[in-house]
Ligand binder design. Structure first.
Ligand SMILES: Cc1ncc(COP(=O)(O)O)c(C=O)c1O
Length: 353
């Protein structure tokens, strides 16, 4: 791929510890522009820094914006890998279609990510559980008011070295089941990774945090009865000996980790039930011991065991608030693939060289 590379004189000092999530950004960023006349053009790798936009830039008013999230890993073999970037590229295409934004082909998306990673390879941290988070995003940058589909867009990629999500090992989280606010409903944008979904979710997240919970479990937007997903993760439940999770029917984000974990679970011999699980059935299963384990799946944490569910004044503790054996095994299996500790059985790693 051809692009302009604007070099910096002095590179930043790389942080060595306490990376956390999304706190540091690398030296460079990728940008390209879209117009109906020229298509995607102006491909550049520039020093990471501020961008200026007009106050009338459409995204600031009407939120025409989409994004993705994936990681680059420094494998145990010293090589650099992306994990299933084709899935992110496909989801980005679907998001952009829904938001009336221009398509970036799977090939172009992956090429842009690879070129930036090659420039920034020294930023991939190599401590246990550390990785380089990749945030591609697109927004409407036409400067005019009036609600309509914009004519011009910018696509950018920024990178952030991130620490192990659980520096002391995988730990269960407390989840607040939200029964007032909703995240998505049929016909809306629940299946899409667009900023607006997250803006609308803040109210519920704020309440959950105030009450001492880590994240919200969303219920369906019509009846507030069926379990959908967690704030930034898909949710799975081991009830009796089956895995139950919400189906992908338009209101839930199709997680890359969700797909990977379901594939591994099928390989382990588990029956997967994708169904509208009512919150009453879930709480009941929690109370009578049928709910053996629960966990969220997502790029940031890989797997988050759910140790407690709170719903309308009642709480259910799952597996004595300990990480379940299956949850741990899934975490170990998937992270071994991501960091190239095990063979790439499903052909999910893409080496960047
Ligand atoms: C709402 C929501 N659901 C699920 C996920 C998990 O998706 P993935 O596994 O692709 O990170 C995310 C994270 O991106 C999310 O924001």
């Amino acid at each position: 791929m051809e692009f302009e590379f604007v070099k910096k004189d002095k590179l930043k000092e790389k942080p060595k510890k306490n990376l956390g999530f999304g706190n540091y950004f690398t030296d460079y960023m990728f940008t390209m522009d879209y117009s109906d006349e020229k298509g995607w053009h102006n491909k550049k790798i520039l020093p990471y820094g501020e961008i200026s936009v007009s106050p009338s830039t459409m995204v600031l008013h009407y939120a025409q914006e989409t994004f993705e999230g994936l990681k680059a890993y420094r494998g145990y073999d010293g090589k650099i890998y992306l994990f299933r970037p084709d899935m992110n590229a496909k989801r980005f295409i679907n998001s952009n279609k829904r938001m009336c934004m221009p398509e970036i082909s799977e090939e172009l998306f992956i090429d842009c990510v690879k070129e930036l990673i090659k420039v920034e390879k020294d930023w991939i941290p190599n401590g246990e559980g550390e990785s380089l988070y990749i945030r591609p995003f697109m927004f409407a940058n036409e400067a005019s008011l009036g609600v309509h589909v914009a004519k011009s867009y910018k696509f950018m990629i920024i990178l952030s070295p991130v620490g192990a999500y659980y520096p002391e090992g995988v730990n269960p989280i407390k989840i607040y089941v939200e029964d007032e606010y909703v995240r998505a409903s049929l016909g809306g944008t629940g299946f899409v990774k667009c900023g607006g979904n997250y803006a609308a979710s803040l109210k519920g997240q704020e309440r959950a945090e105030k009450l001492g919970y880590t994240q919200v479990l969303w219920l369906d937007g019509v009846e507030r009865k069926y379990v959908e997903e967690v704030g930034s993760m898909n949710a799975m439940f081991l009830i009796d000996d089956k895995i139950v999770t919400a189906p992908l029917l338009g209101t839930v984000l199709p997680g890359v980790t969700r797909d990977s974990i379901l594939t591994i679970l099928k390989d382990f011999g588990f029956e997967i039930v994708e169904k509208h699980l009512s919150i009453d059935e879930l709480m009941e299963a929690g109370k009578n011991g049928r709910l053996k384990e629960a966990f969220g799946t997502g790029t940031a944490a890989v797997i988050s065991p759910i140790g407690e569910l709170y719903y309308r004044g009642e709480e259910v503790i799952i597996n004595d608030f300990k990480t379940g054996a299956l949850t741990q095994k899934l975490y170990d299996t998937l992270t071994a693939i991501q960091w190239a500790k095990s063979e790439d059985k499903y052909k999910w790693r893409l080496e960047v060289k």
